[in-house]
Write a protein that binds this ligand. Structure first.
Ligand SMILES: [Zn+2]
Ligand SMILES: [Zn+2]
Ligand SMILES: [Zn+2]
Ligand SMILES: [Zn+2]
Length: 110
């Protein structure tokens, strides 16, 4: 298996391509904008993901403004990520995820 590293877009640290976060700067999207559902690379100009068709702009649950899907709200900087409730998983998931993309378990809504 080829072993290579990719640079974090925020701080440039070389990290494993399957890392869920950058150990240096803590960015949870170290390789740029990716769909939280299917992991396909996405562009801020797109309305929906070309891979799974999910909306790429969501209403922030904190400020109610529309924001691009990323780890923090563009408008109020609220944290939009949740941690998978499955103890053995613990993967970061987007707040509107219905099931975890890492372990496949359903995520209960409060
Ligand atoms: Zn980084
Ligand atoms: Zn997608
Ligand atoms: Zn917000
Ligand atoms: Zn999970």
């Amino acid at each position: 298996m080829a072993f290579y590293k990719e640079p974090c877009i925020r701080c440039g640290t070389l990290i494993d391509p399957d890392s869920r976060s950058c150990p240096k700067c803590g960015s949870r999207i170290p390789f740029g904008d990716r769909c939280f559902t299917c992991q396909r690379e996405i562009s801020r100009d797109d309305k929906v993901c070309s891979g799974c068709g999910r909306q790429l702009h969501v209403v922030c649950p904190v400020c109610k403004e529309v924001t691009f899907i990323q780890d923090r709200c563009e408008k109020c900087n609220a944290d939009l990520m949740i941690i998978c409730p499955n103890k053995r998983c613990g993967a970061f998931q987007f707040f509107d995820a219905e099931k975890c993309t890492a372990c496949g378990k359903k995520i209960k809504k409060k």
